[in-house]
Each structure stands twice: as C-alpha cells, then as structure tokens.
Design a protein around this ligand. Structure first.
Ligand code: FAD
Length: 539
C-alpha cells in the first residue's frame, strides 16, 4: 500500500470527499483507488480555520509507478509495516510458568503477550475482579468507606480503570508497539476510532468490560489469573555472577509459588511492595515526580478558548488543553492528565489520606473540565533513601485528609481566594465534582511553599493562554500526589533488575511508563524479554 501524510480537508467535509482529494493529490482517476484506510486523523487549526489532517493508506492501481513519480514528495511513501511480530513461541514442555504480579495495563499486556506466545502465565493481583472492585470504589466515593485492597489504585484493570482512558503517549515507539496495544483494545471492545484519531480515549464505562474480555482471552490461552492474591515476599538465591536469582514468591495467604521469571507490574501505589523489595536490597533509586491540585472549570470555557467559533462541533467534542509555565523559582508548573467533561475522583489507597485524580465517560459530557495542576519536584526535595519520595507523598496526603475534615472529603479552594491568600468558605459558580464532597479551606498549607508560589505565578499566565483559566470561581481540590512513581526499580537492557536475575520490574510503578498506553507497551517489551530469556536458557 501507499501512504499519504498531511492530506487536509475542511472540518465539515463529506466522507466521499476524502477519495476525491486522494485521487486529485495522486493525479489518478478515482476508480484506480481500491481501498482507503485512515491511519490517523488530527485537527489542524491555523489562521482561524479548522481543518482535518489525514494520514491515509491506499490500495491503488500502479502503486510502484506512483511511488516512483512521487519520489521527491515527502508526503508520499510506501506504507510502513506496523504489524506486531512475536519474538518466539513457548516450547512444548515448559517446566515453570512465568508469573506476572499486578493486572493493570502493564500486567495485562505482559500476560496477554506471554499467553499469545504459549507461555501460559500465572497472574497474581492483590485486588478484586473489576465488577466487585467497582462496588468498593463507589464505597469511598459515595459512603466515605475505603477498602485499602480494592479501590481506584488496586484491582483488576489497575489504576487506569476508573479514568478518562486517554490512550496517547509521547514515548518513542519505532516498533509500533502502541499500535499492538490499541489493536488489542479494539478486539476487546474499544471503539475502532482509537486506531486513527489523534488523541483517542475510551472512558471508564467501556474500560470495565474491555478488561473482562482481555482476562477471558488470557485464560482461553492457558493463562491463570488469580485475584485477592497479594504478593508479600520474593524468594532469591545467590547467583553465580554476584547477582541474586529470583526463585519464587509468597502470598499474603502464606502460599508459596516457585517461579524463575517474575514480572513486577505493581503500579505506583504499591508502597508496601516497594518497601519489601527495598528490604531485600533490590536495586532502586529515587526519581522526580510532581505534586499539586486538581483544577476545575466549566467545560464551555475551555471549548470556547480552544475551538473558538467551532466550539460544540460534534467531531471536535469536549476540548482538552496542555499548559506549562516555568516559574521564577525554577519549578515547572503544568497541566497533568486533563479530563474534558469529567469529574475529579478520590484516588487514595491508604487510610487517613486524601488523593485526587480525574476520570470521565466516553461521551465526556459532564459540565466541568478538570486537570491536575502540578509542580515538578526532585529527590533534592526529599533527600534520603529511595523510599523517601513515598514518605513525602504520604505526608502531603495525610495533611490533605486533615485539611478536608478527616472524613475523606477533599480540601478545596476557589482560584480567586487561592491567589488572594484567603480561605474559601463556599462554592462559587463552578460546583466541584469530587465525591464524597469537598471541605472549603485554605490550600496554602497543603503543599510546600515553593509549590504554592509557583502555582500562584502560573495561574495568571495560564489565564493569558486560555481566557478565564484564572477565573475567581474555578475550583482547586487537593492533593494530587500520585502523578508517577517516586522511584525507579532500575533494570538492564534485558529488562531484568540490575541485581536480581529473573525479576522484571515493569510499568509505571517501576518507573518505566506513565499512562495506560505506555504501561501496555512496557508490558509487551517485558513479555518479550521473559520469552527471550526462557528460550535462551533452553538453547
Ligand atoms: P497499575 O495500573 O497501577 O497496576 C498495578 C496493579 O498491581 C494494580 O492492579 C495493583 O492492585 C497490583 N498490585 C500492586 N501490588 C501488588 C502486590 N504486592 N501483589 C499483587 N498485586 C499487586 N493514564 C492514561 O494514560 N490515561 C488516563 O486517562 C488516565 N487516567 C487516570 C485516572 C485515574 C483516576 C488514575 C488513578 C490513573 C490514571 N491514569 C491514566 C494513569 C494510568 O492508570 C497508569 O499510568 C497505569 O494504570 C499504569 O499501569 P501499570 O500497569 O503500570 O500499573
């Protein structure tokens, strides 16, 4: 097939105009075009005009002649191979099955790929199946009751299950592994459009049934998925090369499982597991992350600022945004995990702590836009051992719990009051969406002074980019602390821990992903590394 990039058509073009435009570009009659596949569709807003920009793959007569004719046109090329190719197949008589700890996006894709290659993985997930987990999650949102083992962070589907389901990432992906993730999601019930729209999202409702479908696929391929199975210990032996060698693990029930290949897809909230690994001397290091608040505005304000006269167009949907400000105290303040038409959610996994995040449904039809508004911090801000970032997070989350009144309500403040340095006492024109509710207060004490200073400087600057962003009644809700893992469980090129062979730290918790798509991609990479290691051992 032949690919054309940057083919532009007006926002409201009729479907048949795409073929007309392709034929005109290539200078061929329309009947020569046998098939058109839209590989990507994005928006191009310039000079007050809104166009759709396409990348299309075309099955066309005389392809070789056309490619020769357009040799010097950088927008015409042979379609690259974006198919996924497996690294191998499991041997018939596999002695010990690989184990995947955690069934979030990283663990799901590690297990799925291992299953597809015939390795019949065993998955151990501390939380419950997604439907039961949903009830527990709503328990916190509706009844102020937290289940520390079954919540927004823990359970089938991982941290991204109750989310906006944004599926894009800025990772380098020369092998098109992201395409494999999206293709599997479509097979599991995601809308086809995620394969071609520039910023795909799924929303919470669909994610739940997709996760169930992927579980069924893994099981059908001989994988075994066990819920409410918290891993509490790893067994290791001394290896011949000075490194340790992983030999198995212990569950909270006391059961012991022998394993030579253990994928640790723990997510960033598995603080007890990080402590256990650190206690065993598994190499890890502190890494930078960010902390801040959630901010809410009327979605109409964001739509108008971003789309202008096109606001409300059905193809455009609810607008998102991305903002960055480099503050004079050296901190970067930026928007994080923006959720158009969504709601702010309670995302703690520990008792006596408050954590915010955001989610939405596929329709993104709620009245508020929300986003993390976060400030970069580094290990210099929390010196100590590799676990010091966790202590720092816990301190802020506990403070937020107290500021929120000690009932899992979140502390909140209007932007106008935050900028003026006075506490808020009541809601303005933007009703906060956080459940189980907010407690109006002064957020200045919720974060270190350098964060508050940087945010106070950034908000008016953001108001210049999105008119009304610093409006008095916009709502800040605290605290957003789990933006990424505060540590990295460093691994080598073989994806194994630097000092424990057979241990494969993976995904967001290990510091190798940030978001659903990149966690899925990392799951694939690690599954490949496990498969390769098992096959190499048998040579
Ligand atoms: P996780 O998804 O955290 O999965 C880790 C799993 O391991 C969990 O299920 C946990 O229960 C399990 N586990 C931990 N310890 C143990 C143990 N000792 N034994 C057994 N099991 C264990 N990202 C996006 O790209 N788009 C979004 O729109 C988006 N929205 C989000 C909204 C919310 C509310 C949240 C919380 C996150 C959101 N994210 C989003 C981030 C995204 O969810 C994560 O980046 C992603 O889930 C990381 O995947 P993971 O598999 O590495 O870890």
């Amino acid at each position: 097939m032949l690919r054309i990039t940057e083919l532009k058509l007006p926002l409201d073009h009729a479907p048949e105009e795409l073929n007309v435009a392709i034929a005109a570009y290539l200078g061929v009659p329309e009947q020569d075009i046998r098939q058109v596949i839209v590989f990507k569709r994005s928006y191009d807003a310039r000079k007050g005009m809104m166009n759709l920009a396409y990348i299309v793959d075309i099955d066309v007569a005389n392809e070789a002649r056309l490619l020769a004719r357009f040799k010097s046109d950088k927008h015409v090329m042979p379609t690259p191979d974006t198919q996924y190719h497996y690294v191998g197949q499991a041997p018939e008589n596999l002695e010990r099955r690989p184990v995947v700890v955690g069934f979030g996006p990283c663990g799901i894709f590690a297990a799925l790929l291992l299953a597809q290659m015939g390795f019949k993985p065993i998955v151990l997930e501390r939380g419950k199946k997604v439907r039961e987990r949903t009830k527990d999650t709503w328990g916190l949102w509706r009844k102020n009751v937290l289940n520390p083992e079954s919540n927004v962070q823990f359970g089938e589907g991982g941290a991204g299950t109750f989310s906006d389901g944004k599926l894009y990432s800025q990772i380098k992906d020369p092998r098109h592994l992201g395409r494999k993730v999206l293709t599997e999601f479509v097979k599991a019930g995601a809308p086809e459009e995620i394969l071609y729209v520039a910023k795909p999202h799924i929303g919470t409702f669909r994610l739940v049934s997709m996760v169930e479908k992927m579980r069924a696929d893994i099981e059908a391929l001989g994988g075994e998925i066990r819920f409410q199975q918290r891993v509490v210990d790893i067994h290791m032996e001394d290896g011949p090369d000075g490194r340790k060698v992983a030999r198995g693990l212990t569950l909270a029930s006391g059961e012991q499982i022998r394993a030579d290949h253990i994928v640790l897809a723990l997510g960033h909230s598995a603080r007890d597991s990080f402590e256990m690994l650190h206690g065993h001397g598994v190499y890890m290091e502190a890494k930078p992350f960010s902390v801040g608040f959630r901010i809410e505005h009327p979605q109409t304000l964001i739509d108008k600022a971003r789309w202008g006269k096109y606001a409300g167009h059905p193809l455009l949907g609810a607008a998102d945004y991305k903002l960055v400000h480099h503050a004079s105290n050296g901190r970067a303040v930026y928007s994080f995990c923006m959720c158009p038409g969504g709601q702010v959610v309670a995302a703690t996994s520990e008792e006596g702590r408050v954590v915010t995040n955001g989610m939405s449904q596929y329709s993104r039809a709620e009245r508020n836009a929300n986003s993390g508004l976060v400030v970069s911090i580094s290990p210099d801000d929390y010196p100590g051992d590799p676990l010091a970032g966790i202590a720092f997070q816990r301190e802020l989350e506990s403070r937020a719990y107290v500021l929120g009144g000690g009932t899992y309500e979140a502390p909140a403040q209007l932007v106008g009051d935050f900028l003026a340095g006075r506490p808020s006492t009541q809601v303005g024109s933007v009703p906060p969406s956080y459940q189980p509710g907010v407690h109006w207060t002064d957020l200045a004490g919720a974060l270190p002074d350098y964060c508050i200073e940087a945010m106070r400087e950034a908000l008016p600057e953001f108001g210049k980019k999105i008119r009304g962003y610093d409006m008095h009644d916009a709502v800040l809700t605290g605290v957003e602390t789990r933006t990424s893992s505060p540590l990295r469980i460093t691994r080598g090129d073989d994806c194994q821990s630097l000092n424990v062979r057979g241990l494969y730290p993976a995904g967001e918790g290990a510091g190798y992903a940030g978001g659903i798509l990149s966690a899925g991609v990392d799951g694939i990479k690690v599954a490949e590394a496990v498969a390769q290691a098992i096959l190499d051992e048998r040579r």
